[in-house]
Design a binder for this molecule. Structure first.
Ligand code: NAG
Ligand code: NAG
Ligand code: NAG
Ligand code: NAG
Ligand code: NAG
Ligand code: NAG
Ligand code: NAG
Length: 399
């Protein structure tokens, strides 16, 4: 009995010391460098760490190797440098937002984060993750000054969102093999080159405004594969056999789509307003579970293996291709609405949007019955809806 009498207060005291030193699971709020220095004997901080927005200049998290929670800073626009010389792991989100004067991150040992979520860090040029993050559930990097993603070397990732980084010239995520959520690139530097040499599978891959894309290993996507507003002339995915929706839209210089192994599109297949695309050939494409909707200025369209289109079929071009083969399919291979038109002045998509950025499009005066639909679903709606979905996701992600 006597032992317990003395031991309990001792234990309580020990816990109190522990709590004061390294957190007790509650959020640790840091208002100054000296607040931080109180923790520099802690290998592990128990709980979330929040860097107050009043922090200034260089901020250093000394000693700590692991944060068993999130590391967050919102609106700390006077922090110029953020270092954590020993930090290896952040269990939850590493979230930095609105650090408008941050020029340097120095996290030489960091290799694992729950999620990485950076937004509005406009003059940060490099990540400063010397060892490199090899483990992250998701990555979102929006509106930073980064010129590369050196420091991120993941084998697998959930969401991977890289948008509005106007200095980002190259992305080479060499190790990435598998993504289990959306990969999205949009609005980065106009000549962004993306190399995903080992990416074999993923869910959705959406790419806007880039100058080259290399996906030599890509075999299968569960969801959408889409390319909008890019400047590359050629897109090749030699090993891709299957994708969800497939979209090529508004790629002004695209003249060659090479998908020699593509067999199945589990959704719709849209090709429109790629004015330099003269020839459309998918030698192995057999099944499209949605609609085929190709419009533009092509002189050749060849789908020799096509067996089953569960949705409609719309093929319209200013060019002189042959509808002959397709006409013979309309009652068996194609299950939805059928339309094929060569040498038309105003090719349109099946929803009536203009199929070519040089023609006058769905609002032309040739009396075609596509015109009415044009007002309902305009060309602009499609990317806007996609963007809204993405920003919606980002929002959830931030909250
Ligand atoms: C940053 O410093 C400026 C100038 O001292 C000050 O006006 C501003 O409020 C500071 N920002 C924050 C978030 O405290
Ligand atoms: C991709 O990663 C997920 C989650 O780690 C896993 O379940 C899936 O089997 C992987 N797919 C491939 C093709 O490696
Ligand atoms: C493409 O697939 C073939 C056959 O499965 C394989 O041998 C080759 O390594 C793949 N290419 C790449 C770049 O992954
Ligand atoms: C992913 O792709 C599927 C199928 O194409 C689509 O329905 C879904 O909206 C896409 N999700 C995102 C976040 O892009
Ligand atoms: C980026 O792509 C979008 C299509 O998603 C396009 O509307 C926009 O004009 C492109 N921006 C630039 C700068 O090319
Ligand atoms: C299209 O690209 C593929 C793959 O890069 C290449 O083999 C083929 O020769 C190109 N076709 C044309 C017409 O340039
Ligand atoms: C369109 O192609 C067909 C078949 O190759 C050819 O007979 C016809 O003259 C072409 N029309 C034009 C306007 O070039």
């Amino acid at each position: 009995m006597a032992f317990i009498k003395y031991a309990l207060p001792l234990l309580a005291a020990a816990q109190a010391v522990f709590a004061a030193d390294c957190g007790d699971g509650d959020t640790i709020r840091i208002r100054s460098q000296s607040d931080l220095d109180k923790y520099n004997t802690c290998e592990t901080l128990e709980g979330d760490v929040e860097l107050d927005k009043g922090l200034v200049d260089a901020v250093t998290i000394n000693g700590v190797q692991r944060i068993k929670g999130a590391l967050t800073s919102n609106g700390a626009d006077n922090i110029t440098q953020l270092s954590a010389p020993s930090l290896e792991t952040i269990d939850k989100t590493f979230h930095l937002q609105g650090l408008t004067r941050l020029t340097a991150l120095d996290f030489p040992e960091i290799n694992s984060v729950g999620e990485l979520d950076f937004e509005a860090i406009p003059i940060l040029q490099s990540l400063g993750f010397t060892k490199g993050i090899t483990n992250a559930g998701g990555v979102s990097i929006v509106n930073t000054g980064l010129t590369s993603l050196d420091g991120i070397s993941l084998n697998s990732v959930g969401r991977f969102i890289i948008t509005d980084n106007t200095a980002l010239e190259t992305v080479d995520v060499n190790n990435l093999k598998n993504a289990t959520n959306l990969i999205n690139f949009a609005g980065n530097y106009k000549d962004l080159e993306i190399s995903l040499p080992n990416l074999a599978s993923g869910t959705n891959l959406t790419i806007r405004n880039v100058s080259t894309v290399s996906v030599p290993s890509l075999e299968k996507l569960e969801g959408q594969l889409g390319f909008w507003g890019n400047t590359f002339s050629s897109l090749s995915a030699p090993n891709l056999t299957e994708a969800g929706d497939l979209v090529f839209e508004d790629n002004a210089r695209l003249s060659n789509i090479s998908l020699p192994a593509l067999e199945t599109v589990n959704g719709g297949f849209l090709i429109t307003r790629n004015d330099e695309l003269n020839s459309i050939v998918f030698p192995k494409l057999a099944t499209v579970t949605g609609a085929i909707d190709f419009s533009g200025a092509f002189d050749k369209a060849s789908l020799p293996a096509l067996k089953n289109v569960r949705g409609g079929f719309n093929m319209q071009s200013t060019g002189n291709f042959s509808c002959e083969t397709f006409n013979s399919w309309k009652d068996n291979t194609i299950h939805g609405t059928y339309k094929c038109e060569a040498e038309t002045d105003n090719p349109t998509t099946s929803d009536g949007s203009s199929g070519s950025s040089t023609s006058s499009g769905g609002s032309g005066s040739d009396g075609s019955d596509d015109e009415d639909d044009a007002a309902v679903l305009t060309t602009a709606n499609v990317p806007v809806m996609a963007a809204a979905a993405i920003f919606g996701m980002l929002f959830q992600y931030v909250l």
